[in-house]
Design a protein around this ligand. Structure first.
Ligand code: NAD
Length: 500
């Protein structure tokens, strides 16, 4: 058994805690590795390393910081397959899906390489006679990222490229279910030239998270995970005087209007509901067809497509979706299907019955694609996040009722509408109380130079992630007002100035 442990001061560091837990391959149900679970003392040592690295890193010219990230980006391009394989081995998602995750993370690195441009401040000449005023954005210090299992490379990359580019030092506490990707990225940041202590990884569970929340030298915390933990992180972190952005769970609805292209909508739903076995915070888990006729036609189209889904290990390139992450997740998802049925919903395609030739992977945590009709708002399967390959259908008879349904949901991460009518689409985008909206786009994940985040119980805190919102989160503004009573003269210089 190998133990996956920490990365501090550009070195792999074994754990001294004596606490660990197994890491499983969800495709086989087997475990060949364990992950260390850090103690408070170990976390405090990582924070001390990151604190020591901050003064020099924060004063390193942004262009030099950006060049290191640019090198890291090239390494990521070249080794995307290697990182994707590490993700699939512990998460279970298909190889192509894992490569897609790496690419979406890499795009944030590309954005962060532009830091010298977006860190430019503002300057006002002559705010008074002979007096100028300017503001600059400065880094916060040591910042930490606490991340979920479902995107072990992309979600950390929503955070650390922007945090590092703006001059902070960073501590990543990855999910204990798929921790290997964090160490590959740490190795490659070192190879790209990142100085010691600037990027660190500490493996752990609640004890490590609480240690980060309680350490006064951690100035900001970025969190992505489930809503109850997001709320806890936000409340504890802010009570301890830290900046916190905590993104929580989701329940994303897609409205299908009577004028929508139904083939397009059905295809979009297949990818959005069943891609990555539904374990995406932007997955569509509720289809909202407007009128019964649309619902019946949509279900007719979806049913054979869901039955034809190829469920299998990432090792099989023909797999459309892999297993879910753990045995516990599998049992929880199957329990939700039971509960929907018991509460009166109609199971059209039943993932509990799923039988395929598993080619030796019979013990993996597989759940078949599931379609459930006649779901209503009093049912547990509508109220709670299932986070698996289960698509619910909630029928509505008008656009207004569809909008009211979405706004009734406590989660508000993403939503989509499929229609050919510009007026309906525009009204939806303006009025819906959800953070990310798709018009004929099922998974409207913003690009790196925009920002990612939901509303309501899908976020705690004010700033979304990456893009300029990320820059605002990881920096604070300082405004200087200056007056110079006498001039200064220098001799002429004839060489090309190079400041970077
Ligand atoms: P999770 O909340 O169980 O874990 C997230 C992180 O919190 C992990 O690093 C974990 O170690 C830590 N953690 C877990 N329990 C804790 C506790 N009691 N105290 C302190 N820390 C704790 O989430 P998960 O199961 O890994 O990820 C799936 C969830 O993440 C889903 O709810 C999904 O919607 C959400 N998610 C949201 C977004 C978004 O952008 N809003 C993106 C991805 C995932």
């Amino acid at each position: 058994m190998t133990e996956i442990a920490h990365f501090i001061n550009n070195a792999h560091v074994a754990s001294t805690s004596g606490r660990s837990q197994p890491v499983f391959n969800p495709a086989t149900g087997e475990s060949e590795k364990t992950v260390a679970l850090a103690t408070t003392a170990e976390v405090d040592a990582v924070v001390a390393a990151a604190k020591a690295a901050w003064p020099a890193w924060s004063k390193t010219p942004p262009l030099r910081r950006a060049r290191i990230l640019d090198k890291f980006k090239s390494i990521l391009w070249d080794r995307a397959d290697e990182l994707a394989r590490a993700i699939s081995n512990e998460h279970g998602k298909t190889h192509d899906d894992a490569v897609g995750e790496v690419t979406r993370g890499l795009e944030v690195v590309e954005f962060a390489v532009g830091a010298p441009s977006f860190l430019k401040g503002e300057f006002s000449e002559n705010v008074g006679t002979g007096v100028d005023s300017f503001n600059i954005r400065q880094s916060l210090g040591v910042v930490a990222g606490i991340t979920p299992f479902n995107f072990p490379a992309m979600v950390p990359m929503w955070m650390f490229p922007v945090a590092l580019a703006t001059g902070n030092t960073f501590i990543l506490k990855p999910s204990e279910r798929d921790p290997s990707a964090s160490l590959l990225m740490a190795d490659w940041l070192k190879e790209a030239g990142l100085p010691d202590g600037v990027f660190n990884v500490v493996q752990g569970d609640k004890e490590a998270v609480d240690a980060l929340l309680n350490n006064p030298d951690v100035k900001a915390i970025s969190f992505v995970g489930s809503t109850p933990i997001a709320q806890y992180i936000y409340q504890t972190g802010t009570a301890n005087g830290k900046r916190v952005q905590a993104l929580g769970g989701a329940k994303n609805h897609m409205v299908i209007m009577p004028d929508a292209d139904l083939d397009m909508a059905a295809n979009a739903l297949m990818g959005a509901a069943f891609g990555s076995a539904g374990e995406r915070c932007m997955a569509i888990s509720v289809a909202v067809p407007v009128t019964d006729a649309v619902a019946d036609a949509l279900i007719d189209k979806l049913t054979p497509m869901i039955k034809a889904l190829k469920v299998g290990p990432a090792a099989d390139s023909a797999s459309d979706m892999g297993p879910v992450v753990t045995k516990a997740a599998q049992e929880k998802i199957l329990g939700y299907i039971d509960s929907g049925e018991a509460e009166g919903a109609k199971v059209i395609v039943d993932g509990r019955d799923f039988k395929q030739d598993m080619q030796g992977y019979e013990n993996g945590y597989y759940v078949g694609g599931t379609l459930i009709d006649n779901v209503t708002t009093d049912m547990k399967i509508w109220k709670e996040e299932i986070f698996g390959p289960v698509l619910s259908v909630v029928r509505r008879n008008s656009y207004d009722d569809a909008v009211a349904l979405i706004d009734q949901c406590e989660f508000a991460n993403g939503t989509a509408i499929f229609t050919r009518d510009g007026d309906t689409a525009r009204a939806f985008a303006q009025d819906i109380e959800v953070g990310m909206v798709g018009i004929n786009v099922p998974i409207p994940v913003p690009m790196a130079f925009h920002s990612f985040g939901g509303w309501k119980a899908s976020i705690f805190g004010d700033h979304h992630m990456h893009g300029m919102e990320g820059v605002r989160f990881y920096t604070r503004i300082k405004t200087t007002t200056q007056r110079w009573p006498s001039g200064q003269r220098t001799e002429a210089e004839f060489t090309m100035p190079t400041l970077g």
